[in-house]
Each structure stands twice: as structure tokens, then as C-alpha cells.
Design a protein around this ligand. Structure first.
Ligand SMILES: NC(=O)c1ccc[n+]([C@@H]2O[C@H](COP(=O)([O-])OP(=O)(O)OC[C@H]3O[C@@H](n4cnc5c(N)ncnc54)[C@H](O)[C@@H]3O)[C@@H](O)[C@H]2O)c1
Length: 371
């Protein structure tokens, strides 16, 4: 397999990120098939043609079904708003394509279940969700340290995810404030820290959640105001397998926070701290250090933390957000080649969706809910 045909649906923030990843994956990793950018779909034919020219796709269409129907397309990247994921992914699987779909899976549990069922039926077809943060070489190394017992037995995990893109109360109403987009912070957002919990600890088993709306309404572009239907803030108590306790705070209206996914992992002999806003480093504390020198040490990402070495031979120079998608694209290609791959497929992704919906139910029923 020298080449693999790529289809891309949606060309906004994530669509560009996928296009960059498909373009970079072969030069960065030097193995696997070379992605051939075959067919790009957008909401209009005019935008599709413009983006196809920019990104380097041979064909374009204003109808996403044409991308999926194209026999030269073997993998479909789905980077449209959440409400489209289920229909597009299920259609792509039915057409015999591999699917790399952005997170969250869907806006309802029923749709996520249909996606997982379609994936289970599509034998030999790979599905992957856009949980790029698990690809960070630093997160991979933290996983290794946990496996090696570097901080002993983990007894508490604390996570915060904060951004400020919904912080301005006068920012216009858009789809992220509509109930049709999902719950809000929990699914738009909380699925990312949940992907870390899934990867590092096997996911959450019980949850107790509270959601909040910082602003009751937002201005409409056409005049007047519209009631906000989603929850921009959520606080969650959770348990991990084995009863390990945890706490997660989510806020997409947190002024000053730009891309924070802060994680503290406490164990019997040490602790690890990480923050996505400084994602080329992590902090390690080991109680075995002499009392006179005890303290968190900052470890900078380096070629020793694979696959950092595939990008840069020098330590401490740092990867960027888009590089995580290049690593993710490489994992998708590994899975297509039948190799073990670090991806969250639709089956595993359904577990994350179930956790989100359990949190929403906990909020509604004001009680602990099993996942
Ligand atoms: N993995 C991450 O870190 C991450 C970050 C941001 C967004 N996302 C996810 O990516 C997805 C897209 O978010 P975004 O921020 O890129 O949105 P966006 O609004 O920037 O882009 C969405 C694109 O989809 C196109 N589109 C809409 N309807 C379409 C249709 N019917 N057919 C074809 N194209 C259509 C729009 O024209 C637009 O170009 C969402 O599911 C979001 O949750 C993931």
C-alpha cells in the first residue's frame, strides 16, 4: 500500500488541522502509505473549491455524500459540527471507508450507540475519534511512569479544563449555545480530560456532577437576545476503577484561561503535574528524594519522549498543537495497517460518551450515577 486516498468533510479549525496532518504524516514519520488528498467536502461548492485549492485536494464538492461515494476515498476525516458526526460517520462506514471523526462522537447517546454499532459491523474498517491530547509525547511518558510505579499507587486525580472562548457575556449567540449541540462544557469540552482518564486509568466508573450557566442569554446577530440552552461550567466528582477518587472542573467561560487542561496525579510515593497550556513539560515529585532537595522537578519534552524525536532532534524546543494531530494521523494509519495503535475508536469512545451522559443525569437527578 504505497498511497491511501483521503476524503475530508469540513474545513474550519479542525478541518485545516486534519489537512495539515495528512500532509505532514509521511514526511514526519517516514513510514506507511503516503496520503493522497482526493476529495474535500464543504457546506457550499464555492467554499469547497477554495479550500481544496488551499489544502491540496484534487476534487471538491458542496455535498458531503459525494466525498463518501468517491471510490478513490479510503479514509474520511469528519470535522464538521457535532450534530453531523453520526450521520456522516455511519454513511462513511456503510460505504466501506475508514473513519477519523472529531470529538465528541455525537450529540445524543443514541447516536453514539448507533455509531459504535456501525463500527462493530464494518469489519476491517478502522474508526478513530479526535482525542489528540492522548497523543502528546509528555502524556505518553506520564503513562509509562504510572505503569512503572514511579509515584507508587495512585490514590487521587484532579483535573481542570478551562478556556475563555465563551467568557464574554456579549459575544453573539452561536451553535455552541444551542441544546442541539449537546450539554455544553461536559461534552464539547469535558470529553478531552475524560480521554486522558480513559487512556491513563481505564475511564471513570461513578460520577456526581453539577452544571452551571454563567450567562442566561446572549445577543443575536439579527437583534434581540436568545436564552442560552447549554451549560458552560461543570463540576464533577468521580471514581476510577479500584475506587480511586477524582475531581474534574470544566469551564469554557473562564477569562484568562486559553487552553488549560491541568492534571494532578497523586500516588503513595510521589506526584505528577501537567498543564496543556505548557504541554512540552511535566512535573514530577518523588518522595524518595532527600528531604533537603525535595520538590517538583520540571521535565522538558525531548527526543527521549517518543515520538517527539520524529519532529525535532533537539530537546526542549517544543511541539505544537497541530503536531498532536500529525501523531494521531500516524496512529490512524497504523491501525489501518493492522498494527497496534494508540487511538480511541468508536467502541472505546462510547465509554466516554456514557460517562458524559451519566454526568448529565447526575446533575438532573442530584445524585451519584454509575457509568
Ligand atoms: N480535537 C480538538 O482538539 C478539537 C478542537 C476544536 C474542535 N473540535 C471538534 O471539531 C469539530 C468541528 O469544530 P471546528 O471548531 O472545526 O468548527 P468550525 O466551525 O471551525 O468548522 C466546521 C466546518 O464544517 C463545515 N460544515 C458545516 N456543515 C457542513 C456540511 N453539511 N457539509 C460539509 N461541511 C460542513 C463548516 O462550513 C465549517 O467549515 C467539532 O466536532 C468540534 O467539537 C475538536
Amino acid at each position: 500500500m504505497d498511497e491511501i486516498g483521503i476524503g475530508l468533510i469540513g474545513t474550519g479549525y479542525m478541518g485545516k488541522c486534519h489537512a495539515l496532518a495528512w500532509n505532514a504524516v509521511r514526511p514526519v514519520f517516514g513510514d506507511g502509505p503516503r496520503p493522497r488528498l482526493v476529495h474535500l467536502g464543504e457546506a457550499t461548492a464555492e467554499l469547497a473549491a477554495r479550500r481544496a485549492d488551499e489544502f491540496g485536494f484534487a476534487k471538491s464538492s458542496g455535498d458531503w455524500r459525494e466525498v463518501i461515494a468517491d471510490p478513490a476515498v479510503e479514509v474520511v476525516s469528519i470535522t464538521t459540527p457535532n450534530a453531523f458526526h453520526a450521520e456522516m460517520a455511519i454513511a462513511a462506514l456503510a460505504a466501506g471507508k475508514h473513519v477519523w471523526c472529531e470529538k465528541p462522537m455525537a450529540t445524543s447517546l443514541a447516536d453514539a450507540e448507533r455509531m459504535a454499532a456501525a463500527a462493530a459491523q464494518a469489519s476491517g474498517k478502522v474508526t478513530a475519534l479526535g482525542y489528540n491530547y492522548i497523543q502528546n509525547p509528555v502524556i505518553r511518558h506520564i503513562e509509562r511512569l504510572l505503569g512503572e510505579g514511579a509515584i507508587g499507587t495512585v490514590n487521587h486525580v484532579r483535573l481542570e479544563m478551562d478556556e475563555d472562548f465563551m467568557a464574554d457575556p456579549e459575544a453573539p449567540f452561536y451553535w455552541k449555545s444551542e441544546a442541539s449541540s449537546g450539554y455544553g462544557a461536559l461534552d464539547d469540552f469535558g470529553v478531552h480530560p475524560l480521554s486522558l482518564l480513559h487512556r491513563l486509568f481505564g475511564g471513570v466508573t461513578r460520577v456526581m456532577a453539577n452544571q452551571a450557566k454563567p450567562y442566561a442569554d446572549r445577543p443575536l446577530a439579527t437583534g434581540g437576545r436568545r436564552a442560552v440552552e447549554t451549560w458552560d461550567i461543570a463540576s464533577v466528582l468521580f471514581e476510577l476503577p479500584g475506587g480511586v477518587s477524582g475531581l474534574m472542573a470544566l469551564d469554557r467561560s473562564a477569562w484568562g484561561r486559553k487552553g488549560r487542561i491541568a492534571m494532578q496525579i497523586f500516588g503513595s510515593t510521589g506526584a505528577i503535574a501537567y498543564d496543556q497550556e505548557r504541554f512540552n513539560e511535566f512535573q514530577l515529585y518523588t518522595a524518595a528524594d532527600r528531604g533537603t532537595e525535595q520538590g517538583f522537578r520540571t521535565v522538558l519534552a525531548a527526543p527521549a519522549h517518543a515520538p517527539y524525536d520524529r519532529f525535532i532532534p533537539a530537546p526542549g524546543h517544543g511541539l505544537g498543537f497541530n503536531d498532536l494531530k500529525v501523531i494521531e494521523a500516524h496512529e490512524v494509519l497504523k491501525a489501518i495497517r493492522g498494527e497496534p495503535a494508540r487511538i480511541i475508536d468508536f467502541g472505546a469512545g462510547l465509554g466516554i460518551e456514557r460517562a458524559v451522559h451519566a454526568m448529565a443525569r447526575s446533575h438532573n437527578e442530584r445524585r451519584w450515577v454509575d457509568v
